[in-house]
Design a protein around this ligand. Sequence first.
Ligand code: FES
Length: 579
Amino acid sequence: MKNKAVWPRKLRSSEWFGGTGKNAIMHRSWMKNQGIPADNFDGRPIIGICNTWSELTPCNAHLRDLAERVKRGVYEAGGFPVEFPVFSTGESSLRPTAMMFRNLAAMDVEEAIRGNPVDGVVLLGGCDKTTPSLLMGAASVDIPVILVSGGPMLNGKWRGKDVGSGTAIWKFSEMVKSGEMSLDEFMDAEQGMARSAGSCMTMGTASTMASMAEALGMTLPGNAAIPAVDARRRIISQLSGRRIVEMVKEDIKPSDILTKDAFENAIRVNGAVGGSTNAVIHLLALAGRVGIPLTLDDWDRLGRDVPTIVNLQPSGKYLMEEFYYAGGLPVVIKAVGDMGLLHKDAMTVNGDTIWNNVKDVQNYNDDVILSPDKPLTEHGGIAVLRGNLAPKGAVLKPSAASPHLMQHTGRAVVFENIEDYHSRINDENLDIDEDCIMVLKNCGPKGYPGMAEVGNMGLPPKILRKGITDMVRISDARMSGTAYGTVVLHVAPEAAEGGPLALVENGDMISLDVPARNLTLNVSDEELKRRKARWKSPIEKGNGGYAGLYIETVMQADTGADLDFLVGKRGSIVKRESH
Ligand code: FES
């Protein structure tokens, strides 16, 4: 990438702080109530630190500390840092689901950046939705930005064993149901599941999105895997503070980095790390913000040849700490490059190509980062399924699924919504066996506003007691990145929009054929037409507030579930208030 800008030059922030006019004096004088020397307004880059810190987002609760490290770097490079808060979407507690607020948070990020006197921004995120919301909002403004992740927690520990975030919860709760674990033991394990600052330490959505940000080129190399409490997390924060000042001088913007090649690299890296299905939705939405034509089919096309080589839970064995000690994401990117699957010239925020950033790295543990010849799963990536049950597509993560269920026909056991599922799943008289296919409706973007992470429905206790741990499950919901199973997700159009999923009835036969990428409801078109004529939308309209706006404007999963009016880039120009 050539240096586009001549330095020194007039910066965006000078529209607020430059000169001797009344407005400039007003803007500067109010800022000075924080004890800021006059020379901080002398035309040096003003760097926003956009912080998703919140004590209600435990995974991001340490980000004030990292912000201080970013500030050091900004000062060292001759900039002036200003930290500001934005809406923080905490995955573990926010209801109805953090995903409903990803777009609201992105709107907050976008308007906070555009409306304020900043020339560049360091984005601080970590928990699942905070990373995409930061990137989406910043991409719509398109001034220089760099992302710093909070980093994963140290490994969870219980009775001498590693306990992976989320993954252990799914596993232990099924073990309690099947009688293999007592409730007391489960509660004892709770104490060691989240024992340091940071985000989930499995290859769940948080680690996946940190990896996606690095593979896209939006972070310094090596950012994704450094544990939150490792001193090197502070160092990369400081270095990112230094780098953003240079990026402002070089005028490197998200639109220079977020090219089609960058997205294709990220999709392939997602296959190699065995990343979360949530990455599909977030990258589609981010591509929409920068006008890159990315589709579900790109996910299937690009992911098919990529073996999953990162042996991390939920698909594999280890956790993010081991991944970092093995060399982290740069080793994976290098392996993808060595397989001939990387656009090596894609630029990154450090001003160098993605290949130059990784070409000399070493793998320090080949049981954690496997050789592509002996992968965890030969065909990683995301399988995109189509058929009369999902005309606009559905996704499945092969690395988390059971090989024997990849081609399976079974009788549908239908749950009309998540409440229906909860009320009946433990009923010993439920007419279900392990060959059935569990179908959950009305949990898509509009049906359960935000598209809840409930697609990995737990199995009925009577089946778990037989030692069966997986069944085919189909829904328009999402699944936590920490979860696993033969789970078909993101069925589009969703049931609440009248998609074919809404028409499935108990006893229908459904065929899943992952190698053929097919999902078929074995019911005639005539019968489906009759059912459609009787179908009534479950959506309650006119609720008002953000939830009402969300339901009115959210797009379907196959295009990223952004709000329709937020798609695209709106730039950084803002009208000035005249006093
Ligand atoms: Fe925040 Fe998992 S709950 S990263």
